[in-house]
Design a protein around this ligand. Structure first.
Ligand code: FNR
Length: 185
């Protein structure tokens, strides 16, 4: 894996999912370039613009296309994924025949203050990713419950055991991507 794109499904400043994504990015081997995908200027999907894609949508599609793999870091909203993330996934499949998700290796993770730590959202996300033909890493699954102080002031994971779990998750993902990369179909 040379380039990893990261998408965070929350726009808010101080997002727990962004903090988790940034902490994970610090654990990624330096040889892998990280490309952060911005969603805050991506318009709500409108089929009228499919043949003349808005610039942020073109950028989103190019970033996904250029990446060897994508990490999706999702909040849970009402037992599913936020509209902003679904919107980005949907745009990246349009217009027909130009989807950038086909056979794209994807890993998912998420954090919420709730006890099930985005389990329901992640299950919905797997469903959508399957529909668009992405290859979603089946295991390990990580559901994170937010706790005050879990991120240190320099943005790292404070708890050594949790940090190790994330390191194993990334190591597994890198090997899995190497085995499953097929290029866009
Ligand atoms: C939530 N939240 C939430 N949490 C959860 O664990 N399960 C859920 O179903 C929901 N539902 C939900 C709906 C809506 C509309 C909002 C705004 C929030 C709480 C959510 O996990 C919390 O706001 C997180 O802080 C959102 O992630 P970020 O923005 O911190 O990354």
């Amino acid at each position: 894996m040379h380039k990893l794109a990261i998408i965070v499904g929350s726009l808010r400043q101080g997002s727990f999912n962004r903090q988790l994504a940034e902490a994970i990015s610090k654990l990624i081997p330096k040889e892998i370039t990280i490309d952060w995908i911005k969603l805050d200027d991506v318009p709500i999907y409108n089929g009228d613009y499919e043949m003349n894609l808005p610039a942020p949508v073109k950028r989103l599609k190019d970033q996904i296309k250029d990446a060897d793999a994508v990490l999706l870091v999702t909040p849970e909203y009402n037992r599913s994924i936020p509209a902003v993330l679904k919107n980005a996934i949907d745009w990246a499949t349009r217009p027909p025949g130009t989807s950038v998700w086909g056979s794209k290796p994807v890993a998912i993770i998420g954090i919420s203050p709730g006890a099930i730590g985005t389990a329901a959202a992640q299950q919905h996300l797997r469903n959508t990713l399957s529909a668009v033909g992405a290859l979603t890493m089946p295991q390990p699954e990580i559901y994170v419950t937010y706790k005050e102080g879990m991120f240190s002031s320099n943005g790292e994971i404070a708890d050594a055991k949790f940090k190790e779990i994330l390191q194993k998750f990334i190591a597994h993902f890198i090997i899995w991507v190497t085995k499953n990369s097929k290029g866009n179909l």
